[in-house]
Write a protein that binds this ligand. Sequence first.
Ligand code: AGP
Length: 609
Amino acid sequence: MCGIVGYTGFREAYPILIEGLSMLEYRGYDSAGIAMINDQGLSVHKDKGKVDHLRSITNQICQGGPKIGIAHTRWATHGAPSLINSHPHCDQNNKIALVHNGIIENYARLKDKLIDDGIRFSSETDSEVLAQLIGIYYEDDLEMAVRRALLEVVGTFGIAVVAHDNPTEIIGARKGSPLVVGVGENEMLIASDASAIVRHTKKVIYLKDNNIIKLRPDQYSVTTLDNHKINAEIHNIEWDADSLAKGGFEHFMLKEIFEQPETIENAMRGRLLISEGTSRLDGLNLVLQELRGIQRIIFVACGTSWHAALVGEFMIEDIAGIPVEVEYASEFRYRNPIIDSHTLVFVISQSGETADTLAALREASHKGATVLGICNVVGSTIARETHGGVYLHAGPEIGVASTKAFTSQLTVLSLLTLLLGRMRRISHSDGVTIATALSKIPEKVRQILKQNDHIRSIAEIYAKHNNFLYLGRSYNFPVALEGALKLKEISYVHAEGYPAAEMKHGPIALIDKDMPSVILALKDAVYDKVISNIQEVNARGGSVIAIASEGDTNIQKYARHVIYIPETIAMLSPLLAVIPLQLLAYHIAAIRGCEIDQPRNLAKSVTVE
Ligand code: AGP
């Protein structure tokens, strides 16, 4: 989950590397470092802390210098955040420097052997083992040394390596951790993702597992680990560097919450066929007859994407009548799931790099399943390894707490439901009703966003509370889970999401005046039941913040605070109901002074198991 960036070319490397690290900081931010090659050999600077700290300690000494370097921002796995554990790591003779994202699983055994051979280690990391191995093998051919070392390690890696006596060459390699190469005019970049590259070039190569790349300013070559030449395809990045800026918002998370009317629109553009009451999802790469034959769907995902999958389950079972199972990717990968030839597997992932989801994808593929993806990041590993799928087109999501990707996932799942539903259960007119309601969602989201100040005033009342309960039923039970996850991720406040009726089977014991409940109480089939749940909370002295349907004045009798959202059909209500919960979490975190875009212990893209 660390961020890597490297540069070789005709420009000064330092500003490019530091700026690149800032773009990648969402991947990890407990320490940062940089290695460049100058006349004296390797010059390495690193420390515990964020990229800004690295900038402050290197600004004076690194300017005006080398035209090659590698840099890293870390999310600790082996060894606490500290100066010695920060990357880049060098071999004991300072011949090479390496930055690494991933985990070397057999590092302990390799380290013991190297220590027996007299190698001195200076960190507690698994990565240093790889640096030492490369250093041992390096004489004058860095690519060969990297290849030899990689053949000895077990685990995952995205690496960039430079040598003290080679001021033009970077070697990169990947297995399980993403790496993308930017191909410029007389300059090359390498990074964990395109956000660190797009300001310099839009031409990129997505490295595949077991690929090694040799970069020089004016050339590159790609080979496999066992040294077969590869013709790598060059892709064009379709989004702008501008989409990586905060655009006047205080945090990326807030900007991304406010982008949702557009991102939802983008997810349905060209796909929603209102007059036909269906949708068109060409990327699935399945002909309609194949889709008709599906008897069961399995959704596999983690975190927020898993919550979206739960909503998808409700939608597809309700509208298309196909049985759906929703699996945590981390569990699915180690089970022995039953997947027959009529089962379709969907993996859902914003980043397209989540290690557990990727492993689940591979497990389903090994079982012969057709595996489709619902992904945001174009060219990501999951997008490339699935047999087909649907992109979210939400643009880069930088805030660690996923917001716009969630609503885009729900939009794509609604389109999928419409497509499957029209083939099986619902009439043309029902299809038109759903499609029309979906087309109106962006405008309704805009209306909810106008209540930002109202939601902030509620946040002010509750920002000091340390426990929250989130309750919802039916389609909005997953929204309760998502609301609770948002709050705990960015404000470090304990929050539990529950099906509203399940509360009385345990969590009700927690309710008192200090534990507010956020309750989704929309005018739908379970409205009266939810009102009863609200009364149960009131009876125990708890206070209720209700998310309610516009025009429902009755709810004011039961809830201390009400946030109204426009009405829509039940299956689409999560797309609206989640918006106030995102804002509530955001404002509580902001009032508590938390680091919203980079919450402690988290990383945007979880590329370790
Ligand atoms: C969301 O706010 C979280 N940061 C996290 O749960 C995330 O959704 C999860 O790690 C899955 O990520 P993915 O969608 O990129 O696979």
